[in-house]
Design a protein around this ligand. Structure first.
Ligand SMILES: [Fe+2]
Length: 274
């Protein structure tokens, strides 16, 4: 029988997140307010907010080890799609919707993440959930209820990438854990389309590399990123070298109890919960 100590959390939030620099728990209320304002301004100005050193180096190291250890239980996806995540019958190099993009990666599902994993400590904390919701200006903000996709670890080996695309969801929250030796860069074009203008010429220019305004984000380990990718075309460039690119993806929703449908679970994690 497990002793009570075995089920008690021994890792505190402050062991995982640098709360002196980023007091998301409200321990320094004026600084938390300033941080929320900073994130909102960065998201409004350039569609992305980067918080380097958000996870402590020890937590980053533990998560890299956990990802590599559980790699053989990850699920691989390898697919082609266009920038709108549609499968197309025939490629057309002169049409923004007709260019084929390639995406491949391995995902370690939420139910495989350890009880004392820094990812679980961070993701399950109310303080972090509230902070990210505030930074994204969401009045209703909840952790994802999906058993696989709530928070997961992504591994990109040599040749893996995320091709150019627009997200269906309004935001994405990630933590960089290990950049590769080369490639694996997060690039985007801020606000390339809008609700009223799909801007196909701009999309085509971005895919051909002729469109101005391409931004490459730094990839320092431990950085928390919030990104609005619904109107900003983005990609992860192909990884090269033997060092795997590893990041964590934290999923949230404006709706409580929200989760993936069985088909999407199957696609990204190779299993379904229904
Ligand atoms: Fe995306």
């Amino acid at each position: 029988m497990a002793s009570p100590a075995a089920t008690t959390r021994t890792v505190a939030l402050g062991d995982v997140i640098d709360l002196e620099r980023y007091p998301v728990d409200g321990s320094d209320a004026p600084r938390r307010r300033a941080l929320v304002e900073y994130c909102r301004a960065a998201l409004a100005f350039e569609g992305a907010c980067q918080l380097p050193g958000f996870l402590r180096p020890g937590a980053v190291e533990a998560l890299v080890a956990e990802a590599l250890e559980k790699r053989d239980r990850s699920h691989r996806t390898d697919d082609v799609h266009n920038v709108y995540f549609e499968r197309i019958a025939e490629a057309d190099p002169d049409d923004a919707a007709g260019l084929l993009e390639h995406s491949s990666k391995n995902a370690i599902a939420w139910d495989l993440i350890g009880a004392d994993s820094p990812l679980r400590i961070a993701y399950e904390s109310e303080a972090l959930t509230r902070f990210i919701g505030d930074a994204l200006s969401m009045s209703e903000f909840h952790r994802y209820a999906d058993p696989f996709g709530a928070a997961s670890l992504m591994l990109f080996g040599p040749g893996d990438e995320l091709g150019w695309h627009f997200d269906r969801s309004p935001f994405a929250v990630t933590v960089m854990l290990q950049p590769p030796l080369a490639g694996g860069e997060y690039q985007y074009h801020h606000h390339l389309r809008s609700e009223s203008d799909e801007n196909p010429a701009g999309v085509l220019g971005a895919l051909r590399g002729t469109q101005a305004g391409r931004i490459t984000l730094p990839s320092e380990p431990g950085t928390l990123s919030m990104f609005r990718g619904h109107h900003s075309l983005h990609r992860v460039t192909p990884v090269s070298g033997e060092r795997v690119r590893i990041n964590a993806v934290l999923a949230y929703s404006a709706t409580p109890g929200d989760k993936l449908n069985g088909l999407t679970q199957e696609l990204f994690y190779g299993r379904r919960s229904d």
